[in-house]
Design a protein. Structure first.
Length: 643
């Protein structure tokens, strides 16, 4: 054992847990894929896939105070195993089916409602807001997930910061693509801290050392080892640990082809495998050697151009089927030896430190809905104002677009020949306002989707609180943008200013167009996980609504089958309201029209509008409410299916 590992074990970092200790037992756990047919939209076709065994009748017990590291090659089933152990199976239910039992202190977890409050899950990616400081992330989680007064919550935050050695960076932003922030190790410890804020007894981690250098990874492992030493149960998958990290493990679980081929003390593993014919070479990392044992030989490895049918020893190369057959035979041999070994984990064992848990002992504090709304609104608003470059580009583009319209349509004429210019100006005002909101909304949810899904699964807040919090945080921009846009061009292009209420109504209509563009785009934003797909769909889905606005194609020229789409075109109602506001009380000089020539002295009559301005604005409001309601429903569905 290295000196580093010895110091890690001796170092007391966390206070002993005062909560009831947790023993996790899994009995005859089997997970298989559910046969499914290929699907296009809602239509299925083809033959169903064959069922595949992901986890094959595994059993074992994890006692409190143990740090269990789970190793296995890609496709071995270790991540699926971790997900089912932690209860994160909502999204997997459609494709995987589990049989067997998972027990908490001897009681079936399925009969313990709310048992997820006893555990936490730290994902492989560090999913935190880049503009928030480490302390703000912890305070946010504490206010939402802890009971008691504010003072006790802040004391818990201070305790976690001290335990995870985050004191020096507690006021530093997390950082990301747009913000410089903490180091990788500090970000990982901050992610762990957010989950530890409730002092859970079961801690699950999915490859916590991914992307970290060796020293930082060893530091994270030391933290996990100290957590286990305080009486908590820590279970983690890990990818290729070095020797110093390996020495920090209490117990080692090796998973291959969905089977456990070793589960016992980590420091006994090398001697055990040496006895069954797999001796780890001296001066080698045991973890690397075990990974070699559990990995199938690559059928295309070491194939030369001159002789593709022979290996380096001149023997015929094995086919892929032969390699897979030999690999399965090896894993079955290792499983057989493990089942006969005295080191085999006894899943029927019950630790003396545990006692049965009852439903009334499981407590999960959650802030009220309005408290959630306030915290989420504040976080989202801070996230906006802490990215000044993004704000500058957003409003700079808005002003530039207004100036372009100003240059092209300035000094609109008040005669029949200038009607087309005036109509075009109003149409492009509606388009520019909606597209400004579209560009600001299309990536609004995809950027925060991982954070939202993690926090919603942890029941930190309701989906509706998050949704309305986002809307409230965007409200100042939704009001300010139309005011800036209208102020830059309304008077300079010469729009109707005969009465003092024309300009304010124009601003209100632009606000409704801004909200409508955002509401329509929000449906796409929440429905598609891929940013590129969401952005690509914008012109495809919104261009037809622009064509149906009444500016490009008069309503009388539209086929009847397009009428339903015309009714839900927010461009139609926005353009219609702008036109009515503009031409009502506006005197158009018709004397300049030559005899026998078509004139446009009554633009509103020529436009064939069927609604009044008030009705147009009312329909816009209904479309906005309907689109937002649909977006909220989609978000609720996603939050249930994500994990």
């Amino acid at each position: 054992m290295s000196q580093f590992a010895i110091q890690a074990r001796q170092k007391k970092t966390f206070k002993p847990s005062t909560k009831k200790k947790i023993q996790l037992t899994f009995e005859n756990l089997t997970v298989k894929t559910i046969p499914q047919r290929k699907k296009i939209l809602f239509c299925e076709y083809g033959q169903p896939t064959q069922s595949k065994t992901v986890l094959d009748n595994i059993s074992g017990t994890i006692c409190p105070g143990q740090f269990v590291a789970m190793l296995g090659s890609s496709g071995s089933g270790k991540t699926t195993f971790l997900n089912f152990l932690s209860g994160r199976t909502t999204g997997l239910g459609a494709s995987l089916r589990m049989t067997g039992k998972i027990l908490i202190n001897g009681k079936d977890r399925a009969k313990l409602p709310g048992s997820e409050a006893l555990s936490c899950y730290v994902q492989q990616d560090d999913i935190l807001f880049q503009t928030m400081t480490v302390r703000e992330c912890l305070v946010f989680a504490a206010k939402l997930r802890l009971g008691g007064n504010l003072e006790s919550k802040l004391e818990r935050v201070d305790e976690v910061i001290k335990d995870l050695r985050l004191t020096k960076c507690q006021n530093t932003k997390i950082g990301g693509a747009l913000v410089k922030g903490v180091s990788g190790g500090e970000r990982k410890r901050a992610s762990i801290g957010v989950e530890l804020i409730t002092d859970p007894q079961l801690i699950f981690l999915d490859e916590p050392t991914t992307g970290l250098d060796s020293f930082t990874a060893a530091s994270v492992m030391e933290t996990l080892r100290a957590l286990a030493a305080s009486g908590r149960t820590v279970i983690s998958t890990i990818h290729q640990p070095n020797t110093e990290i390996f020495d920090n493990f209490d117990r080692l679980m090796l998973v291959a082809q969905g089977k456990i081929i070793y589960f016992n003390e980590a420091n006994l593993a090398t001697d055990y495998f040496a006895k069954i014919g797999y001796e780890c070479p001296s001066m080698s990392n045991p973890a690397d050697y075990f990974m070699t044992i559990m990995s199938a030989e690559n059928p295309n490895e070491d194939i030369s151009e001159d002789d593709e049918d022979e290996d380096d020893n001149g023997k015929p190369k094995k086919s892929e089927a032969e390699i897979q057959r030999d690999y399965t035979k090896k894993i079955n041999y290792l499983l057989e030896q493990y089942n006969k070994s005295e080191l085999r984990n006894d899943y029927a064992y019950v630790s003396k430190d545990v006692s049965p848990i009852h439903s009334n002992e499981i407590y999960s504090a959650t802030a009220g809905w309005f408290a959630q709304l306030g915290l989420l609104t504040k976080r989202s608003f801070n996230n906006i104002i802490r990215l000044p470059d993004v704000l500058a580009l957003r409003y700079g583009g808005l002003v530039a677009c207004a100036l372009c319209i100003d240059i092209i349509f300035q000094r609109l004429k008040g005669n029949a020949m200038g009607v087309q210019d005036r109509n075009g100006c109003l149409f492009f005002i509606a388009v520019a306002m909606s597209f400004n909101s579209i560009l600001g909304t299309i990536l609004l949810f995809p950027e925060e989707r991982p954070v939202f899904l993690r926090e919603a699964h942890n029941k930190m807040y309701t989906v509706s609180a998050y949704f309305f919090g986002k809307l409230l945080s965007e409200l100042p921009s939704s009001i300010l943008s139309p005011i800036i846009h209208a102020s830059c061009l309304y008077f300079s292009v010469g729009l109707n200013n005969n009465t003092p209420w024309k300009f304010p109504i124009h601003i209100v209509i632009e606000m409704l167009m801004y909200f409508a563009g955002a509401a329509y785009t929000l449906i796409i934003s929440v429905a598609f996980t891929d940013k590129k797909v969401a952005v690509s769909l914008i012109p495809i889905l919104l261009a037809p609504f622009m064509l149906l606005s009444g500016f490009i194609v008069p309503p009388s020229y539209m086929p009847l089958w397009l009428e339903p789409f015309n009714k839900i075109s927010f461009y139609r109602y926005g353009y219609q309201a702008l036109m009515i506001n503009e031409y009502t009380d506006l005197v158009i000089e018709c004397m300049e029209i030559p005899p026998n020539k078509m004139g446009h002295c009554d633009p509103l009559k020529d436009a064939q509008f069927t609604e009044t301005m008030e009705q147009s604005m009312g329909y816009l409001c209904l479309l906005i409410i309907g689109c937002m309601a649909l977006s909220l429903w989609i978000m609720k569905v996603l939050s249930h299916k994500a994990y």
